[in-house]
Design a binder for this molecule. Structure first.
Ligand SMILES: NC(=O)C1=CN([C@@H]2O[C@H](COP(=O)(O)OP(=O)(O)OC[C@H]3O[C@@H](n4cnc5c(N)ncnc54)[C@H](OP(=O)(O)O)[C@@H]3O)[C@@H](O)[C@H]2O)C=CC1
Ligand SMILES: O=C(CO)COP(=O)(O)O
Length: 340
């Protein structure tokens, strides 16, 4: 089947638009589908996603598209960038419209709501084994990527050929460095767990603690992520890369992160609902906390920071109580899970 576009992006929020801008700026014809036709009309009229990325012009090769059928017929490369709680829903909508040669990659960061399953399991359940799958993960704020500021990211998947082609499509010597990785599981998990740790770092700063506490949370958060990763078959070295340390540092330290801002608001005494509402965009870590907590409990993996964030978000605990609980834990060795 002939491609009329090089790639189709599903999800016209901040990150879907930023990736589409980046791809189109690389010289690739890119269709950008969004589920609200009025939003797509605005993109076409303004040549700008004023709602999510004000002031950043859409390149000529970026074509906003309101019809999912047209978007999916245009290219065999499908990049899904919707929030994790609608990932399965969007794949179900897409399934009857996919081409025989479609290949699916996502930049969604999260796990399946309630079950805590990796998105690869959701994709396989909905789509079967027919299509190659891949994931993009790493420290990439939409606004900076869309503005063409230097960025690095990692990609992994089920099919080496597809992964290599994604590197070719996305990589730009001027703006975006793309690292191929062979740990499909690790890249997905890193993108979900960092959201939870970013909330904890935000809470700590919101309370008024300093750089020491924030850095301790990043470092021990990395330990939690690595422990959970090993339990589900990821490679520990992945978490020293873009989708682990990289994304933890980014989202725990910079207020562009919605998860961090959510935590900040909670640390300053705001309630969960108001804090979420004020962000006005997806705060993946709110749901991810429940999913990561559930997954860790199921596998018997110790994740004390995640557990405390869960207490605050779902069990009425306060950020101060969470900090106290973490500080008063038994003394232990840094390098093993035994007591000191
Ligand atoms: N923003 C960033 O810097 C980064 C984001 N990500 C990840 O990308 C994913 C998307 O986040 P992001 O773009 O930032 O989120 P935004 O909140 O900016 O946008 C989400 C978009 O998804 C749309 N959407 C909601 N429900 C559906 C649906 N059922 N079908 C189709 N579209 C839907 C929303 O439409 P509507 O507004 O109409 O509800 C909106 O356009 C998340 O998993 C996030 O973690 C990853 C790296 C960086
Ligand atoms: O994943 C991100 C950057 O890599 C975006 O982080 P937030 O979802 O916290 O804004």
């Amino acid at each position: 089947m002939n491609n009329t576009a090089d790639i189709t992006v599903l999800g016209a929020g901040s990150y879907g638009t930023a990736l589409a801008i980046s791809l189109a700026s690389n010289g690739h014809k890119t269709l950008l589908w969004g589920h609200e036709s009025e939003h797509i009309d605005n993109l076409k009229r303004d040549r700008c996603n004023s709602e999510f990325l004000p002031g950043i012009a859409l390149p000529d090769l970026l074509i906003p598209e309101a019809s999912l059928a047209t978007a999916l017929a245009a290219s065999n490369n499908v990049l899904v960038v919707v929030p994790s709680h609608v990932f399965g829903v969007v794949l179900k909508q897409a399934k009857p419209l996919l081409r025989d040669d479609s290949r699916i990659v996502w930049a969604t960061k999260g796990l399946e709501p309630e079950t805590g399953r990796l998105l690869q399991e959701v994709a396989r359940e909905v789509l079967g084994d027919k299509y190659p799958l891949a994931v993009l993960s790493g420290p990439t704020f939409a606004k900076e990527l869309a503005a063409g500021m230097p960025t690095a990211i990692a990609v992994a998947g089920t099919d080496e050929h597809f992964t290599k082609e994604l590197v070719e499509l996305l990589h730009s010597p001027k703006r975006l460095r793309v690292y191929a990785n062979d740990d499909f599981t690790g890249l997905q998990l890193g993108g979900a767990v960092k959201n939870v740790i970013a909330i904890s770092a935000g809470m700590s700063d919101g309370i008024g603690f300093g750089a020491n506490a924030r850095t301790a949370l990043i470092t021990r958060g990395l330990v939690e992520l690595t422990r959970l990763g090993e339990a589900i078959g990821a490679q520990p070295s992945t978490f020293m890369g873009m989708a682990g340390l990289g994304d933890l540092v980014l989202t725990c330290t910079d207020n562009q992160s919605r998860n961090r801002r959510f935590g900040l608001a909670l640390g300053q005494g705001q309630d969960v609902e108001t804090a979420q509402k004020e962000i006005g965009q997806v705060v993946e870590g709110y749901r991810n906390t429940k999913e990561v907590y559930t997954l860790a409990k199921r596998l018997g993996v110790e994740m004390p920071i995640t557990e405390q964030v869960y207490r605050v978000l779902y069990q009425g605990g306060t950020p101060h109580e969470a900090a106290k609980a973490l500080l008063s834990r038994d003394k232990k060795s840094e390098t093993s899970d035994s007591d000191s």
